[in-house]
Design a binder for this molecule. Structure first.
Ligand code: DHB
Length: 516
């Protein structure tokens, strides 16, 4: 079993530890190919031959690293992508049943903590097996890029700007919405070059974990939306569509405007915490654990935020797959919570069926050999509170998300009305509503004006307390309610991490890619 601490660090590091040089959907509108600007033209001849060995089979790869995906980058080391293509696709060959014309394009971002992310590398680190699951030592496991190639996917791994970047002038260059603008620019680059590039640009499948999972979801939700056009134009992004086919999102840290309330809906009453502060130095994630107990003011804040959550959930008019309305009463109980509990039960049943021993857990209620209910307080004790209220829009502006929502001239800002009203640092400004909107997938689901991804796979481990379980459940349910295909699960005992089930991820990706 991989130690959760290490898994978390790996999740944050992504697979890039070093600086890099840096048959269409019926509804998708076809566009004429607008030739990319000369600097954005992909040159198939400019490759480095590489190979990848997965499960004993070696595949020849053409590697193209550090390709600028915008004509006027602000941060050239980040605004570029690494492209890896099975060499067979240049000779009319097949890999995993795909050809140059049909191969889906896997688009993994490496973003963690909303920090700047370099493009993923072929030889980057693997995330490791699921806790208690796989037998292989982590070093022997393929990373997502290697595994994708072995299944016949083309891989385009984009870098993206993040919240700590600063130009020599002192201006901040990676504040919201920079990272999502960058991912969109990468998609546009691929589409603009589709005549030169093996792979089906109508089958782009995004992947990411945590903040990277949030950006993966946002990329899928916001395809084709005009909000981002001025940002893309300023960078000289290619003139092409930026919608994608499918989203894989592990533990997305999303719905930031309501995540504080969601966190307290879940954790109100749990007063002890183990908080993890994330920072980055020289591309190394720095982690500091601080334990404590909420003080009286924090308990008041917790109660106020928790009390605001039912009205928000109820306003979404969500329906479970069986058609039941998902609602919450003022005390935070109701069909929405029951639905979340049912997903935890499903997770337990799946783990049982796989032979896991769950008998040591006190938060499942059993009938014979079957778990039939979740004991909520005991579940929360198992899970543990990780964040103090407000979990995301910190009153003193100290959270990573405060820094994400800074501006060119301000490092940190509030981004919720609650944070602004109750903030303790008078000088802290407020992010523009338009910027908060551009960071939120739900802004674009069922709202028209774009082309959200048709297929979604969302995972949030049952032992993940970086955000409330309500966050992935709301996202998945809203998507389903608007007709999108969603595969949602809360994998058993999995902490905050991603890429732990690559065979299942790529089984899903291959099946949807063959549908139309
Ligand atoms: C990540 C984790 C967090 O708890 C958070 O608030 C934002 C991002 C991450 O691991 O990417």
């Amino acid at each position: 079993m991989i130690d959760p601490t290490r898994r978390r660090v790996l999740a944050l590091l992504g697979s890039s530890g070093v600086l890099a040089a840096c048959s269409s959907l019926p509804a998708a509108p076809r566009q004429p190919v607008v030739p990319p600007a000369p600097g954005l033209r992909f040159d198939p001849a400019a490759f480095t031959p590489r190979s990848v060995t997965v499960d004993g089979t070696t595949l020849a790869i053409r590697a193209y690293e550090g390709l600028a995906y915008v004509a006027r980058p602000v941060e050239p080391a980040y605004q570029c992508l690494n492209l890896y293509i099975p060499a067979a696709y240049f000779d009319g060959g097949e890999v995993g049943g795909f050809t140059a014309a049909t191969a889906p394009i896997f688009l993994p971002n490496q973003v963690g903590g909303y920090m700047p992310a370099l493009p993923g590398k072929l030889d980057g680190r693997a995330f490791g097996p699921p806790p208690g699951g796989g037998q292989a030592p982590a070093a022997a496991l393929p990373n997502a890029i290697q595994y994708a190639l072995s299944r016949g996917f083309v891989v385009a791994a984009p870098g993206a700007r993040g919240r700590t970047l600063q130009a020599a002038s002192g201006e901040y260059t990676g504040k919201a919405p920079a990272a999502i603008v960058d991912l969109k620019a990468a998609v546009r680059y691929l589409r603009a070059n589709r005549e030169r590039l093996p792979g089906n640009t109508e089958r782009i499948i995004s992947n990411g974990t945590s903040a990277g999972g949030a950006l993966s979801a946002l990329l899928g939700a916001s395809g084709g939306q005009a909000d981002y056009a001025p940002y893309l134009a300023a960078l000289g992004a290619a003139d092409a569509r930026d919608d994608i086919f499918a989203v894989s999102a592990y533990c997305p840290i999303t719905n930031l405007a309501h995540a504080d309330a969601a966190y307290e809906w879940q954790f109100a009453g749990v007063d002890s915490y183990r908080k993890i502060d994330i920072s980055m130095l020289d591309y190394q994630v720095q982690r500091k654990t601080v334990s404590g107990t909420l003080d009286e003011r924090q308990r008041e804040v917790s109660a106020a935020l928790a009390a605001s959550f039912p009205a928000y959930v109820n306003s979404l008019n969500l329906r479970a797959p069986d058609g039941n309305a998902l609602q919450l009463a003022a005390d935070g109980q109701g069909s929405f919570r029951d639905y979340v509990a049912s997903l935890l039960l499903q997770s337990a049943r799946t783990a049982l069926a796989q032979g896991r021993d769950l008998s040591a857990l006190d938060w499942l209620q059993w009938q014979g050999s079957q778990p039939v209910a979740v004991r909520w307080p005991q579940y929360l004790a198992y899970l543990g509170r990780m964040k103090t209220p407000p979990a995301f829009d910190a009153l003193d502006g100290s959270s990573g998300e405060n820094q994400l929502f800074g501006s060119a001239s301000e490092d940190k800002r509030h981004f919720t009305a609650f944070g602004q009203q109750h903030g303790t640092v008078a000088s802290l400004g407020q992010a523009e509503a338009a910027v908060v909107r551009m960071m939120e997938p739900l802004s674009y689901i069922g709202q028209g004006g774009g082309q959200p991804a048709a297929h979604w796979r969302i995972r949030h481990g049952s032992k993940d307390s970086d955000t409330s379980l309500a966050v992935p459940v709301i996202l998945a349910t809203a998507l389903r309610n608007h007709g999108y295909q969603v595969d949602l699960a809360l994998p058993w005992d999995v902490p905050h991490s991603g890429d732990y089930d690559l065979p299942a991820l790529f089984d899903w990706a291959a099946v949807i890619s063959r549908q139309h």
